[in-house]
Design a binder for this molecule. Structure first.
Ligand SMILES: NC(=O)c1ccc[n+]([C@@H]2O[C@H](COP(=O)([O-])OP(=O)(O)OC[C@H]3O[C@@H](n4cnc5c(N)ncnc54)[C@H](OP(=O)(O)O)[C@@H]3O)[C@@H](O)[C@H]2O)c1
Length: 335
């Protein structure tokens, strides 16, 4: 079978090689992967940026894959050959809060990922694909969508009276716009260009701010709402957190998710205290949360925003395209 592998780590070393097809053991299934999607973290993982939480030597990248079961191992009762499934980001986090053991196995990070034709999954590490979605659409869900779902719905129970601020037009941000809109909340969305802001309007964002033209966008969002937003979904990190603290209302929440503008931020402690801000990190989510999100996606017939689909043979070009930041929504791979 064809497998994309970085050996040694580094985007420059990413190649497609032939490897033997794996076989499922007891409690496992073999999935013929049909599609994958890219996340910003794949760029970090391929370059070995996750330190001690990172597989060393070589890495099959990508966490998010969807396909169909082609073989079922012994003692597996809940799956059949032909079932359409999507993989979980964490191979061993079924439910409950995170702990070291539950977070230990991340696809395309600490263990090999889904950039390959066949992969064995534990029977608990997959879920059925919503009926209205194809493989490419389903492959957008394990990381970016679940992260947004946990921030907007699981941790903050956002509803019709709430206001939510999102940053940019990447995978997590667009799912956050979609879930907040689905819940009836008012969305203030930021982005770098007028074209991208128009796409956000099409997804239901009520207010749009170009953060390049308006570096004080946090204050602008605060003013737009009168008393600040209930939730900021912060995917920017270093250059966005200070403005996120300005945007949020007293007693509101900032979901700490990403680092697209840098990883280090000098925390201004007094504003956190004075505004009683709840800083809440998100680390994707567990299988139960994933299952709840898939049910909601099916019920609302929500469709992910897909920017471009590349063949597996062009994975490197796809990752470079993601790195360029030209995309709106998800960059996907057909396998
Ligand atoms: N904690 C978790 O569980 C978790 C899970 C998934 C992802 N993440 C992290 O979340 C971040 C986003 O991931 P992703 O996969 O959605 O990324 P992505 O698809 O690559 O999106 C990146 C987008 O961020 C926007 N951006 C760039 N610089 C910005 C800035 N200074 N301020 C505001 N927006 C900026 C750009 O959109 P515009 O041009 O429209 O501004 C860009 O297209 C990454 O840091 C990723 O590692 C964390």
């Amino acid at each position: 079978m064809k497998v994309a592998v970085a050996e040694p780590l580094g985007l420059d070393h990413l190649t497609i090689v032939e490897r033997p097809e794996p076989r499922p053991g007891a409690g496992e299934v073999l999935v013929r992967l049909r599609a994958a999607s890219l996340n910003y973290r794949d760029l970090i993982a391929i370059d070995g940026g996750y330190g001690s939480q990172q597989k060393r030597g070589d890495l099959v990248p990508l966490s998010d894959g969807a396909g169909e079961i082609v073989e079922v191992g012994a003692a597996v009762t809940r799956w059949r050959v032909g079932d359409r499934v999507v993989g979980c980001f964490f191979a061993r986090w079924d439910s409950g809060p995170p702990n070291e053991q539950r977070l230990a196995a991340t696809l395309g990070g600490s263990i090999d990922g889904v950039a390959c034709e066949y992969r064995v999954f534990g029977e608990n590490a997959i879920l059925p694909i919503p009926a209205h979605l194809d493989f490419v659409q389903a492959a957008t869900l394990p990381c970016a969508a679940l992260t947004a779902w946990v921030a907007v719905i699981e941790q903050n129970a956002i509803g019709p009276s709430a206001s939510v601020l999102t940053q940019g037009t990447g995978g997590v941000a667009l799912f956050a716009v979609q879930f907040a809109t689905m819940a009836g909340a008012g969305v203030i969305a930021t982005s770098s260009t007028a074209d991208k802001l128009e796409r956000l309007r099409g997804l239901g964002a009520r207010h749009l701010i170009n953060y390049r033209d308006d570096p004080n966008w946090g204050q602008t969002a605060y003013t737009l709402t009168g008393e600040g937003v209930d939730l900021v979904v912060d995917t920017g990190g270093a250059q966005t957190l200070s403005q996120s603290f300005r945007a949020v209302r007293v007693g509101g929440s900032v979901s700490v998710i990403g680092v697209v503008s840098g990883a280090k931020h000098a925390l201004h402690v007094p504003i956190l205290i004075a505004k009683y801000i709840r800083l809440q990190p998100v680390i994707v989510g567990n299988r139960d949360q994933f299952a709840a999100m898939l049910r909601a996606i099916e019920r609302h017939e929500l469709r992910p925003v897909i920017d471009r689909v590349f063949p597996l043979s062009d994975l490197r070009a796809a990752l470079e395209y993601l790195k360029s930041g030209r995309h709106v929504g998800k960059v996907c791979i057909e396998i």
